[in-house]
Design a protein around this ligand. Sequence first.
Ligand code: SAH
Ligand code: SF4
Ligand code: F3S
Length: 468
Amino acid sequence: MFSVNEKVLFENGQEGYVSRIRDMLKIEYGESPKASVVTFGCQQNVSDSEHLKGILFSLGYSITDNLEEADFIIYNTCAVREHAQDRVYGNIGKVKGYKKKKPNLIAAVCGCMAQQEIVAEKIKKSYPYIDIVFGTQVSHRLPEFIYKRLSGSKRIFELSLPNEPIVEDVPVLRDGKFKGWLPIMNGCNNFCTYCIVPYVRGRERSREPQKILDEAKAMIEAGYKEITLLGQNVNSYGKGCEHGVTFAKLLRMINDIEGDFVIRFMTSHPKDCTEELLETIRDCKKVSRHLHLPFQSGSSRILKLMNRYYDRETYLSLIKKAKELIPDVSLTSDIIVGFPGETYEDFKETLSLVKEVEFSSLFTFIYSPRNNTPAASMPDIISRKEKGKWFDELLRLQEEIAEKNIEKYIGKTYRVICDDFGSSEGYMSGHTNGTAVVEFKADEEMLGRFVDIKINSYEGVFKGEIIN
Ligand code: SAH
Ligand code: SF4
Ligand code: F3S
């Protein structure tokens, strides 16, 4: 179910802590100390949390979802929108109560939100029961932080952002048995004017291709059927590196690994999405025919203010090319509604782009001002209520498109991984190109296997049957 390589903790400067922590944990909590990892935010954070669980497991903790029974709780946080941060504050506030019941509980906050100085300060002042706070680039040092706290050290705050190469071989305890995340890079250099990610994740750093290939091979040998490559902007993988391997080349290398598996990836930035990449998706049989290509706004004027380095026309010609080269491609996107200075006329261009492209699904967000980003100081006169109306209009349009497109699926056959239980007894489910859910009659033992499903109808979800 997971792979934990304890040896690695001995290779990244944490070696001195491991055995000492084990002994200390036994004294403090008995034979089976328990740890919980609470995750907010994107897939990158989910993957980071899998590594935190790997480290905790190597230290002797067993992992539990029940926070009330945990001896160590870590909140891995997200800062991308205000709402994400509010949720975190609500959650960490509960630690006070947990500590009343279990005074030797240790609580930590890490991740993108914690990386901001202003947040760390707030935790320092207003959440005195949080013991450890650390940022996005030092999580492999978790043993050191726990050791210091167990040895009676005061609260620990470690927010440095060294921007050094990604630390390799950190233990990992993956959540899924047959679908797994594989980070290929970290950080972002794009500085879209609304976005906090470059500030909290630091500079873009790519892993060595050989390390990625080794990990992919190990995952396939362990039975993983789907590998999703992760990065804030996977299309710029390898930029500035000596190895000269582009993202397209990396995809081909992974595609050449023996075995029956699917490769997915996110996120692609339209400015770096090349024809070479589209041809690679077309040519590589193991690469899913899915492209998540956030366009953010349909208005070239707003795209310029967002610092996105493409305009409406370039985006649309990229989509045209993608549809030409990969006729069965499934397209998804992210959109921001109500960027500062956006007028209803600009927003109508977003609507018309959505109408023209017909995405399989959309992730839509109302603009949320982020600390110290350029957009946060741009004049923003449209009220939240008005933005809400635009947002609803966009949702309605996408619903109409989705409804109209249902017909396109009926009668088609998809190769899917049987990845979950269906909504009723005797049914299982899977995803077509990773986007639409389909249910079919199958036994539990099909879980994790590939099946060819012919879609027959739509009843809230697609219903189909196994044809092999
Ligand atoms: N690296 C990815 C996305 C990272 S954040 C990319 O470049 O596309 C995920 C999504 O959150 C973004 O695509 C954007 O649509 C949204 N987002 C980022 N900052 C935001 C903000 N300040 N307000 C609202 N939505 C935001
Ligand atoms: Fe944020 Fe832009 Fe980087 Fe994506 S590419 S993480 S939206 S700055
Ligand atoms: Fe959030 Fe950080 Fe991801 S800000 S969206 S968890 S990169």
